[in-house]
Design a protein around this ligand. Sequence first.
Ligand code: IMP
Length: 431
Amino acid sequence: MPGVTIVGAQWGDEGKGKIVDLLTEGADLVVRYAGGPNAGHTLVIPNKTGGHDKIVVRLVPSGILWPETVCVLGNGMVVDPLALSKELDELVGKGVWTEGDKRLVLSDRAHMILPYHLLVDGLREKGQFAVGTTKRGIGPAYEDKARRNGVHLGALRDLARMERHVARALDAWAPTIRAMGETPPTPADVVAAIRPVVDRLVNLLDDGSRVVDDGIRGGKKVIFEGAQGTLLDVDHGTYPYVTSSSATSGGACTGAGVGPTAISRVVGITKAYLTRVGGGPFPTELNDETGETLRRNGGEFGAVTGRPRRCGWIDLPALRYARRVNGLTDLIVTKLDVLTGLPHIDVCVAYDTPHGRVRDLPINDLDVAKPVYERMPGWTERVETARSLGELPEKARAYIERIAREVEVPIAMVSVGPQREATIPVRNLFA
Ligand code: IMP
């Protein structure tokens, strides 16, 4: 069975973009199944003058760089039509995608992020109950989906019908918007704002579930690309400091429209340390010089918002939890190079909680739990040129082996630098 799901095993930003890009070389279909423009992958592509250009994609899977790969925006996503159209402009401008190319498929059952979702997200983030969202309208769009006021992308096929759906949603949002001191838009305003991009997007709409099912049944290699990470999942994350979608592997089924039998491997991506953006508990956070070093060496600034990421030590109970709730079959460790030069590395192996010491992640007591660390020696040798585990400095290898042993998941790959080549392959994920 060819389906491989890639999930973030931490709080997002684990380097899924590079890994999906690498794996896409052997894949026919890449399907994003959750989230929206709150994710951000930086793509580095050759330009006409022999240099490189950077594009940040937020909605389109990074698989778009491979000319034979079909990319699907699954029904579990929330899609801002205006943000998507801007992204398409950039991809056309850089020669990555040609207008109308059906290599990009938009599920007609994905929900739209509309201007009132952005308005509400932004206004709430000014208030005392802010959770530090990306202000891209994600939460309010998923709220509408759950309370049956959402508007499918497929509604773009019939704007009069879309206007009626929008009117129902605005009727529910209007008191909230007014209470926050703003005037809600009219349904006609909303439709008018979207109208310029309608033809372009309607052309790409399809039944995403059928496209993926055809791929799976046709023996194609399919990657289900998760966004954000396990600890931001609406069910399994550090609620309420989470995103509003199913970032874990279960979301791949509902968010792409396939059953669990379509997926044979679940690959968790973890950094060699830990970061988080936005509010919420982070017990192994380092508010000191070491945290600053990780941020600087790892370039830990949000791809979407530019916010500095909070940095800390790796959390093995959290990775064991990620193994459990995702059913991980493989683990990929990224950004090992960022740890080079640290005199020692503290590894969180357990937690002291009001109920005693635990090896599991105390997901409901994270704000009071105290990490229990074991200290491992650091290394000073550069790791970027290693292409096998044997070529790593002994202490770096010991660190990787310890992670695999404690999480009880085999390592499939180690990333030792941002470039495609700076990678140690260990297991073939499509075998
Ligand atoms: P939202 O997804 O914009 O609603 O934000 C909810 C929480 O998820 C905030 O703490 C965000 O910082 C976090 N978040 C959302 N997307 C990402 C991501 O791609 N990487 C890291 N954190 C994210």
